[in-house]
Design a protein around this ligand. Structure first.
Ligand code: SAH
Length: 260
């Protein structure tokens, strides 16, 4: 990468990888493409001998990896969380290819933390982990065999990012994109509020929230956007509790953004 800070703001997150050899190969692919920040979320027992062997000249990336108890913790400070999936199911409809999305990743990484997230070799990323992601990438393949080896999937994604460095024009400055932490707080408030107003019941809440998450993840939510949505949730929550729809604003600070 030609710009150090951009590379430093992009982390590769592996969720519960099973094979040390793959983790080593991921380090090698990262080294080839100029990235060095590796994070392992919910790590299990890895064969580190295999990992070191496959990392080859990129052992420093392996040794300096960081670990987090789960994906949410691994990306708590990230504004853009790019999940990768071989399958497009119910919640995976809005995916793009690494080639389409690489310029956005670079643009975001100029001043924000970006994570690119890969799933375990056996089952890939589950719905809970995909829910935390702001975007989904799918590497195009033939229809019948869409699942790539983990490190090969990493290599293809990072290669596309590597290619756009240098040929890249940043888009206009916007309000900062919200972090995972802030977004998750907002979804928590919406969940509570949507049950309060009778939009959903407890048994359907997980399912409905997946849909809500996808709607709100179609474009990047800025910090201001999230504060507005938090204000809406808070106000509706209070209105529902008081048993009337129209009520006075409850919180001066949250509503300031709406009015400005
Ligand atoms: N058997 C799993 C795939 C696991 S492969 C499944 O069918 O979902 C391990 C990881 O490599 C995946 O979780 C994903 O992060 C990445 N990967 C593999 N193939 C991919 C593809 N075609 N597009 C995007 N990511 C892919």
């Amino acid at each position: 990468m030609s710009e150090m800070n951009v590379a430093d703001n992009i982390r590769v997150v592996l969720v519960s990888p099973l094979y040390g050899g793959n983790v080593g190969s991921v380090c090698r692919a990262m080294g080839n493409m100029g990235l060095s920040r590796l994070m392992i979320a919910a790590p299990g027992n890895l064969d580190m001998g295999e990992a070191r062997k496959m990392a080859c000249h990129a052992r420093d990336i392996l040794e300096s990896r960081r670990e987090a108890p789960d994906l949410k913790a691994a990306v708590a400070d990230c504004a853009v969380v790019v999940g990768t999936s071989a399958r497009l199911g119910l919640y995976r409809a809005h995916s793009s290819t690494p080639r389409e999305f690489a310029p956005e990743i670079l643009n975001a990484a100029r001043d924000r933390q970006v994570a690119i997230v890969f799933g375990p070799e056996d089952n890939g990323l589950g719905n809970d982990d995909l829910a935390v992601c702001t975007h989904i990438l799918q590497i195009p393949t033939v229809a019948g065999l869409s699942s790539l080896n983990l490190s090969q999937a990493v290599l293809i994604c990072l290669y596309e990012i590597f290619l756009v460095v240098g040929s890249f024009e940043p888009s206009e400055e916007k309000a900062p994109v919200a972090t995972t932490d802030l977004r998750e707080r907002m979804f928590e408030m919406w969940r509570e509020m949507l049950m309060d107003v009778g939009f959903m019941k407890d048994d359907m809440a997980d399912h409905m929230m997946m849909g809500i998450r996808r709607v709100f993840s179609r474009g990047a939510l800025t910090t201001d956007d999230v504060r507005i949505l938090m204000g809406v949730a808070r106000q509706a929550h209070h209105a529902a509790r008081r048993g009337k729809a129209a009520s006075e604003p409850q919180d001066e600070i949250e509503n300031e953004v709406v009015q400005s």
